[in-house]
Design a protein around this ligand. Structure first.
Ligand SMILES: *Cc1c(COP(=O)(O)O)cnc(C)c1O
Length: 436
């Protein structure tokens, strides 16, 4: 019998001899050598780009993801996964003159991470075996919510969400801890980077991985990271419909730099953007790195844009690879801006006063970073990555809003169920063993 040979699409960033399929890569999360997976080949989607206004968002999603999943998921099944993933709107709102907000928060958990998390959950479910799969994920707030929602009740999957104690908004915490069943909200006595480090330790732990099947749902997982490319194609379509597709510059509020890395991938696939700006809060490792050449994460500081309270962005090695590991090329092509807390708050105040538009703290960081780099002849777009209602306590201290300003319910039906561990690896292991 002839066995058709599967094209293995993904290699390890540090070792191109490690070569895995899409399925293997999403189950492993991290490559066995401890580095990130990276596509062996990035296809130009010329036909899609030239005719983009004729395609629906779901068709765009299908074509983009098909270029990575190849023949591993039959078209019919991939279409079904995409239908579950791209099932809400991605509106563009004009804020002023040549500046637009690209709203990515209309999904079930009100942040842009819904798309990646839903795609990953449904792909894992598609391939899943009888053995229990343990998803380990560190969150600075929104990943946990998106993952809790998209993996809830998925058969044979346990989800363990590590979040830093008292460092995420109460809305975000409830999104993680009120689901129950196969979703475990694990409070860690530490910051986000420490949560992320615990997850990384687990991936490197061969004994643990021999005992249990373990995968990740952070944007280190290609199944979470790659679907974010779809946003950039949808954005391009929307602007082309308005005849605004020339001279676009985009600003991405960035923490782990997964979303912006997807944007740089979209450029490799053929989309034209003048500038891609990675805007950060005061956790500014990347802006400092681009100006000094020294990569030196500081201790993570707490801000009102908490989903970006990250000082060692896990996707940055992919970005360096996309620029051929050439620092000069990187600094020529990529801009990164640090935005302070005062600037963020002032922008929220100003945009509400002048235009009646409520920014969330992350979008506000994106907008400030955009304005610093935008010329008059350009179309500027900042990504609005979360709904402001998720950060209502912070927003209310900055602007006055009527009680029912957001026509949206923020009630949670169930009680919170919080599990706690100390900030050390032993405690995490104990917890994993206790639920398996
Ligand atoms: C996760 C998140 C970000 C940062 O995205 P990265 O891909 O980690 O850079 C920005 N804004 C919001 C609201 C988020 O949830």
């Amino acid at each position: 019998m002839k066995v058709s040979k599967l094209f293995k699409m993904f290699i390890s960033l540090n070792n191109s001899e490690i070569n895995h399929s899409f399925k293997e890569s999403i189950f492993n999360g991290l490559s066995p050598d401890g580095s990130l997976y990276y596509p062996k080949k990035i296809n130009q989607l010329t036909n899609l780009i030239n005719n983009i206004t004729k395609f629906s968002n779901q068709e765009i999603g299908f074509i983009v993801m098909k270029s990575f999943t190849k023949d591993e998921i039959p078209d019919k099944s991939l279409k079904k996964i995409i239908e579950k993933t791209i099932n809400f709107d991605f509106p563009i709102k004009k804020i002023e003159n040549n500046i637009f907000s690209f709203e990515l928060f209309h999904g079930p958990t009100l942040a842009f991470k819904d798309v990646g998390a839903t795609f990953l959950a449904n792909s894992l479910e598609y391939f899943t075996k009888d053995k229990i799969l343990n998803i380990l994920v560190a969150t600075s707030g929104d990943t946990g919510a998106a993952v809790a929602n998209s993996f809830y009740n998925k058969k044979n999957i346990n989800v363990i969400i590590l979040f830093p104690k008292n460092k995420i908004s109460s809305f975000q915490q409830k999104q993680i801890t009120t689901k129950g069943n196969n979703i475990y909200g694990l409070q860690v006595d530490g910051d986000f980077d420490e949560c992320q480090a615990l997850v990384k330790d687990a991936f490197k732990d061969k004994d643990l991985r021999n005992k249990f099947d373990i995968s990740s749902a952070n944007s280190i997982n290609i199944g979470r990271w790659l679907p974010q490319i779809i946003y950039y194609f949808i954005l391009f379509k929307e602007l082309k419909k308005r005849r605004l597709e020339k001279n676009i510059s985009v600003s991405i509020p960035s923490g782990n730099f997964g979303n912006i890395c997807a944007g740089i991938m979209s450029q490799k696939m053929g989309l034209k953007f003048n500038k891609i700006i990675g805007s950060t809060n005061i956790n500014d490792t990347i802006p400092r790195y681009l100006s000094s050449g020294v990569f030196k994460p500081n201790k993570t500081k707490r801000t009102i844009s908490n989903a970006m309270d990250v000082s060692n962005p896990s996707n940055f090695s992919r970005i360096e690879k996309l620029f051929k590991n050439d620092f000069k090329l990187l600094t020529k092509k990529m801009i990164s801006e640090k935005v302070t807390e005062i600037e963020t708050k002032n922008e929220i105040k100003k945009i509400f006063k002048e235009f009646g538009y409520v920014l969330d703290p992350h979008g506000a960081v994106g907008l400030v970073g955009l304005k610093r780099n935008l010329y008059n002849n350009e179309v500027g777009v900042f990504f609005e990555t979360a709904h402001p209602i998720k950060f209502l306590n912070s927003i209310k201290k900055i602007i006055k809003l009527k009680e029912d300003f957001f026509n949206i319910s923020s009630n949670f039906n169930s009680e919170e169920r919080i599990y706690s561990i100390k900030n050390n690896y032993k405690s995490l292991i104990k917890f994993i063993e206790s639920i398996n």
